[in-house]
Design a protein around this ligand. Sequence first.
Ligand SMILES: C[S@@+](CC[C@H](N)C(=O)[O-])C[C@H]1O[C@@H](n2cnc3c(N)ncnc32)[C@H](O)[C@@H]1O
Length: 281
Amino acid sequence: MMNIENILNKGTSILKASKIANPYLDSEILLSESINRDKKHIILNPKEILENKQLNNFNSLIERRRKGEPIAYLINKKEFWKNEFYVNENVLIPRPDTELIVDQVLKIYSKNSQLQILDIGTGSGCILLSILKERTSFYGTGIDISKKSINVSKFNANRLKLDNRVKFYNSDVDNFKIGKYDLIVSNPPYIELLSLKYLEKDVVNFEPKLALSGGFDGFSKIRKVISKASTLIKKNGKLILEIGFKQRNKVKEILKKEGFYINRTLKDYGNNDRCIISTKI
Ligand SMILES: C[S@@+](CC[C@H](N)C(=O)[O-])C[C@H]1O[C@@H](n2cnc3c(N)ncnc32)[C@H](O)[C@@H]1O
């Protein structure tokens, strides 16, 4: 018979043998998911005997983790800004660096402004929904080329009780024509072809290529987003973009050509250029 302590040790050693970075922590998270108890319960009850069904759940999650599948996909959730988002293999796992966009929007726009926001490449909906949750007079539209990701963003809108202020469309940014926006946000796919294979295995083997690949030079989606944004944005509206750490100067050039004034660029937690704020003039 296996108790909590035994099974945690077993999970940890399997993950360690497969060179997973945080074997004990991951085992705790996966056990907590398998037995539907929080981490505190696990720490306080090392001798609790587990049922077969719980052990089977745990073993199959450990097996998936051993092969590199990210924790967020195994437990179908990820914290972003102030909320928990449902995620699955059809959406990019929200990254802490992307919270920069939310942070900037909240700094720029006061509580009582009435804004129409467009999020291009919305994925899980994490950026748009976080903003709407904080600003009750804002309205949002999210688009994504992936139909399956739109199902996820709709599900998250519903869970966060935001359905009445948000619309999601399954559309390629190239074909989208609806509305005029005060603010456009986007975290487009921006990784260049040659760098894709050097990403961590967890990322490249499991996250959607559509969410990562920025084409041959990494700029193909950014270009589309900027040129489309320039037609969908109101005069004096703002475009806030996440970019790759070597893309700042080129993106600034593209923005200027499309009629945007560059307000500022911001660095992420790792001190890399990560976000550009611009205004349509
Ligand atoms: C880097 S992910 C960002 C997801 C989410 N906004 C986030 O920050 O976590 C980029 C998203 O853009 C979508 N996408 C890629 N090409 C697109 C296109 N041509 N039109 C619309 N969306 C696109 C992908 O499906 C993916 O969901």
